[in-house]
Design a protein around this ligand. Structure first.
Ligand code: CO
Length: 360
């Protein structure tokens, strides 16, 4: 594995359900600290690294979120089964028969979401979706006391999908959990490594936000702390290149380059900034896709609405099977996104930002 694959593996395997991003934050601090002028958190835990501190030059905020969809311990039944509260947008059918890691006070606890065996089901219930309220995690405890005392499970503990990063069958595709949005964080780290303290015509703020999946909460507070002139949000996009999903639902293909969102349920991009991203991608022969989604929400929406409004775009790496135990991404898309963001940052100078901010 090369440097990029090691980084992707580390970020994908790290556990950080919404509100419990600590392990991911530690990785980001380790990766960014050698390059940054200062690093701090806001009052909710979003990490703000400041690079290329450059007087009155425009402030560019590049953001990605640290949290992943997960669960939280709600209560333990007298028999020792764990009931949970979902954190983020899960399908009920994605919760069943999966391995999970509970981050308890005595360390990691492995568990499985079982449902009753088909042998005892009626023909009708074999085709039904089991509702989240019926589902529980079996941690192999003898009873409630055993789960609490020996395993150290407490209500409020975070629960993350148990999945390991894998190179997918010798192709340039990577299988792993939490690409939404560890892929965005990996882009930020790789951009910072690549720029290698090169001087930029702007003040760069690299932000790793918290609690995106439960309402874009960390992007709200971190953009308030920074008051940026430009927002570039890096997300996992919605690949639409597998059976059962249509071009009407999403237009991105894995391997065909980063995508710029032209519409999602949370925001529209600034038009001049959109055109600038398209122009830079053309100038540098970086493939770029367009995405128009009906639903979806992302941190760019909060950056855009902070203070008196901030020109913002959302750039995404196409990802298959979001919000489940495993997603698939392409190395080519990752590298192209890193190149695109580097080129954007090298070009965003005062004159250009002034022009982007002007409506004429
Ligand atoms: Co996301």
């Amino acid at each position: 594995m090369d440097e990029t694959e090691i980084l992707l593996e580390k970020l994908s395997n790290a556990h950080g359900p919404s509100g419990f991003e600590g392990p991911v934050r530690s990785i980001m601090i380790t990766e960014l600290k050698p390059f940054c002028d200062s690093i701090e958190t806001d009052g909710m835990g979003s990490l703000i690294g400041r690079f290329n501190t450059n007087g009155k030059a425009p402030k560019v905020m590049v953001a990605a979120h640290m949290d992943e969809v997960g669960l939280m311990v709600k209560y333990i039944t007298p028999e020792g089964y764990v009931k949970f509260q979902p954190l983020g947008g899960w399908l009920d059918q994605a919760l069943i028969n999966q391995r999970w890691t509970i981050l308890g006070k005595n360390g990691y606890v492995e568990g499985i979401t079982g449902i009753k065996t088909p042998h005892v089901m009626s023909a009708e219930s074999r085709t039904q979706v089991f509702k989240r309220d019926q589902i529980f995690i079996d941690v192999g405890a003898k009873d409630k006391q055993d789960a609490e005392e020996r395993l150290g499970i407490t209500p409020g503990d975070p629960i993350a999908p148990h999945s390991k990063f894998t190179l997918l069958n010798g192709n340039d595709l990577y299988l792993g959990k939490a690409w939404d949005d560890r892929i965005g964080l990996a882009v930020i780290v790789q951009v910072i490594r690549k720029l290698n303290k090169k001087s930029l015509p702007n003040n760069l703020y690299a932000v790793s936000t918290v609690q995106e999946e439960i309402g874009l909460r960390g992007a709200h507070t971190s953009s308030h702390k920074i008051n940026p002139d430009i927002g570039i949000n890096i997300e996992s996009g919605v690949a639409g290149d597998y059976p059962g999903i249509t071009i009407e639902e999403s237009q991105e293909k894995v391997g065909a380059g980063p995508a710029i969102f032209l519409h999602d349920a949370s925001m529209l991009p600034n038009l001049k900034l959109r055109d600038f991203v398209v122009e830079i991608s053309k100038q540098n022969d970086i493939p770029l896709q367009f995405e128009v989604l009906n639903g979806y929400g992302e941190d760019g929406a909060e950056i855009q609405k902070s203070f008196d409004g901030v020109p913002t775009v959302n750039i995404a790496i196409p990802t298959r099977y979001l919000h489940s135990h495993y997603g698939v991404i392409s190395r080519k898309d990752f590298d192209n996104t890193v190149n695109l963001v580097c080129e954007l940052l090298k070009s965003l100078n005062e004159e250009l930002v002034d022009n982007i901010k002007k409506f004429d």
